[in-house]
Design a protein around this ligand. Structure first.
Ligand code: UD1
Ligand code: CA
Length: 449
């Protein structure tokens, strides 16, 4: 049975104290709403609808970058969660099957939890995700009778007895999409907040002879972000989990608490990560690779057995083949580094390819940008680039070729050739002493006047 996602993200997020809509704040290098999409991805959604309000255009733009197929529904006025769900109705027109309501500010719902909800849906029309709250505070309370969920009561509207319940509403709801919209459409706003509560659909469903139940998850999954301090706590929770997972997967982290992951970081077995390494989005590191201290990686692939750093920067499009060596103060961007190639010191390689077993000398720069356009540098296999070579792109260095140290290479170098592009050295005998005597005399003459 197909499933669609309705992600509620119209709330203002006042407590973030930000110009940025709340769901665009990032955890693990990805905006909050993208984490909710990631949770829902386990259900292979037929369609995803993001309900936006505050900062709608900015959220739409970010969402479409992540999923061009995403449907955006605008909730002009935030009249409550039931009203928000109804805004998704048009976008799901003609789509059969279930709908799952997720919150865009709740990043950690596990895919397995949604799968358990889908199982519970076999026997119940409405399935709500609940959790035993350590401190139930202002959450909605789930009123259960056996496995039946009788109703959800919001804290503001709850009696003393109901407030004593610790089984709370996470906000995640699953039901047949058409049924969900029917139920949400029947919700009124006669309550303490004057809002259209999605939580009221449970009582309405039961009054119509439909059954409801709750599936329970760990409280940590339901953590929502409402403030900067929640955001920091969410980041910390994410990082703690990512570190533990990496260790479980056979990765060595010498100082786990100093390594930072993104939501999609992949580290192969027996990779070794030294202290103070940051993985931005889109990094894959293969087995046995070593990432040395203080390196920053994003959008790159590190082949098996390769070494990177210390103090290296791999930017988007850096593709290191197996056993490549990237050393200190080296930046690689949009470039393929061949198997066993070495780029060890103080170098920028951008918009380039470097063949296998080639050695790039210290201080080499691919001059890829002419101020308007980017150009490529191609360096063949088994070549040797002398230290302080400027490779002015577009330019090609062949296989088994070399450059003289200090060269500014503007023309292609054929296979096997040496390219020399620097002024020949000229020694002037006795120059230093004579020159300094002249300078000192000039200084003394200046003082006399
Ligand atoms: C809601 C639940 C409560 C639950 C809690 C869990 C209702 C009535 N209450 O309360 O039972 O324990 O979440 O965190 O559903 N939103 C919109 N449009 C709106 C209103 C809200 O898009 O008009 C979005 C918000 O951006 C947010 C989510 O829905 O992502 C929840 O809204 P919020 O106002 O935080 O609900 P709570 O009062 O916390
Ligand atoms: Ca909330």
């Amino acid at each position: 049975m197909p499933t669609s996602l309705i992600i509620l993200a119209a709330g203002q997020g006042t407590r973030m104290n930000s110009d940025l809509p709340k769901v665009l704040h990032e955890v693990a290098g990805a905006p909050l709403f993208a984490h909710a999409m990631g949770s829902g991805a386990a259900l292979e959604p037929e369609r995803t609808v993001l309900v936006v309000g505050h900062g709608a255009e900015a959220v739409r733009k970010a969402a479409e970058e992540i999923d061009p197929e995403i449907a955006i529904a605008v909730q002009e006025e935030q009249l409550g969660t039931a009203h928000a769900v109804l805004q998704a109705r048009a976008a799901l027109d003609g789509v059969s099957g279930d709908a799952v309501v997720l919150y865009g500010d709740t990043p950690f719902i596990r895919p397995e939890t949604l799968e358990r909800m889908a199982e519970a849906r076999r026997n119940h029309a409405v399935v709500v995700l609940g959790f035993e709250a350590a401190d139930p505070a202002r959450y909605g309370r789930l009123v259960m009778e056996g496995e039946d969920l009788l109703r959800i009561v919001e804290f503001k509207d709850a009696s003393e007895a109901e407030r004593a319940i610790r089984f709370c509403n996470s906000g995640v709801v699953m039901a047949d999409a058409a049924t969900l919209f029917d139920l949400a459409g029947a919700v009124g706003n006669d309550n303490a907040s004057g809002e259209y509560y999605l939580t009221d659909i449970v009582e309405i469903a039961r009054a119509r002879g439909l059954s409801a139940t709750a599936v329970s998850c760990d409280e940590a999954e339901t953590m929502g972000v409402n403030s900067r301090s929640d955001l920091a706590a969410a980041e910390a929770a994410f990082q703690a989990r990512a570190r533990a997972e990496a260790l479980d997967n056979g990765v060595t982290l010498i100082a786990p608490e100093t390594v930072f992951f993104s939501a999609d970081t992949y580290l192969g077995r027996d990779a070794l990560i030294e202290p103070n390494v940051i993985f931005g989005p889109g990094v894959t590191v293969e087995t046995g690779a070593r990432i040395r201290g203080f390196s920053h990686l994003e959008g790159c692939h590190v082949g098996a057995g390769a070494t990177v750093g210390p103090f290296a920067r791999l930017r988007p499009g850096a593709e290191l083949a197996n056993d490549a060596h990237i050393g200190n103060f080296v930046e690689i961007k949009n470039a393929e580094i061949g198997e066993g190639a070495k780029v060890n010191h103080l170098t920028y390689i951008g918009d380039a390819s470097v063949g296998e077993a080639t050695n790039i000398g210290a201080g080499t720069v691919t001059c890829n940008y002419d101020g308007v356009m980017k150009h490529r540098t191609e360096i063949g296999a088994r070549s040797f680039i002398g230290s302080d070579t400027m490779l002015v792109a577009p330019v090609r260095v062949g296989d088994d070729a070399m450059t003289a140290t200090g060269s500014v290479i503007t023309k292609d170098i054929p296979d096997g050739a040496l390219g020399v592009a620097r002024v020949r050295q000229d020694n002037k005998p006795g120059f230093k002493i004579k020159f300094f005597e002249k300078l000192k005399a000039a200084k003394a003459a200046k003082k006399d006047t």
